[in-house]
Ligand binder design. Structure first.
Ligand code: NAG
Length: 176
C-alpha cells in the first residue's frame, strides 16, 4: 500500500474511534464485514429462522393424535432446521472471532504506524479541540437531565397538591 494511503486510513480510523468509540466502530465494521463476506450465511440464517417460526406455528395447530403423520413430518422439519440454524450460528461466531482478531491486528498496526508517524491522538490540536467539544456536549446533557428531573419533581408535587385538594373536597362532602 502507498504510505499516503496508510496514513489517510489511520487518520480516518482514529477519527472514527474518537467519534464513535471503539466498540461501536467494531460493531459497525462487523456489520459491513458480514454483509460483504458472509452475505449468504446471514440470509440463510434469516430464512431458517423464518422457516422455524412458521413450521412451529403449523405444528402447534396440528394434532399429534389425529394427524400423526403430518405432525411427525413437521416435527422432523423443525428439528432439521434447528440443527441447520445452529450450524449457521456456529459459522458466524467463528467468523466473528476471526474478525475480532483482524480488528485487533489492524488497531495494533495503526497504533504502531501512528506512534512512528506521531499521528496518535493526544498530540494534534484537532484532537484537543474535539475533546473539549465532547466535554461540552456531556455537560449540556447533564444540565438537560437535571432540568428534566427538576420538572418531574415539580410535577409530582403538583399531583400531590391536587390529590390533597380532592381528598379535602371528599372529606367536606362526607361532613355534609
Ligand atoms: C442462533 O442465533 C440467533 C441470534 O443470532 C438466536 O436467536 C438463535 O436462538 C440461535 N439459534 C441456535 C439454534 O443456536
Amino acid at each position: 500500500m502507498h504510505p499516503a494511503l496508510v496514513i489517510l486510513l489511520s487518520v480516518l480510523l482514529v477519527q472514527s474511534i474518537t467519534l464513535l468509540g471503539k466498540s461501536r466502530l467494531q460493531d459497525i465494521l462487523w456489520f459491513l464485514y458480514t454483509s460483504v463476506f458472509h452475505r449468504s450465511t446471514l440470509s440463510s440464517q434469516r430464512s431458517l429462522r423464518r422457516d422455524i417460526l412458521s413450521t412451529k406455528r403449523e405444528l402447534a395447530a396440528t394434532s399429534s393424535q389425529d394427524q400423526f403423520a403430518k405432525w411427525a413430518k413437521l416435527r422432523r422439519k423443525v428439528d432439521k432446521s434447528l440443527a441447520d440454524l445452529e450450524r449457521t450460528n456456529a459459522s458466524l461466531s467463528t467468523a466473528r472471532s476471526t474478525f475480532n482478531m483482524l480488528f485487533k491486528g489492524v488497531m495494533t498496526l495503526i497504533a504502531v504506524v501512528g506512534a512512528v508517524g506521531n499521528l496518535w491522538p493526544g498530540k494534534s490540536e484537532e484532537e484537543v479541540l474535539s475533546k473539549a467539544k465532547v466535554e461540552k456536549v456531556e455537560q449540556e446533557l447533564e444540565e438537560k437531565k437535571a432540568a428534566a428531573a427538576a420538572q418531574a419533581g415539580s410535577r409530582t408535587a403538583e399531583a400531590g397538591q391536587a390529590r390533597r385538594r380532592t381528598n379535602a373536597a371528599a372529606a367536606e362532602k362526607q361532613d355534609l
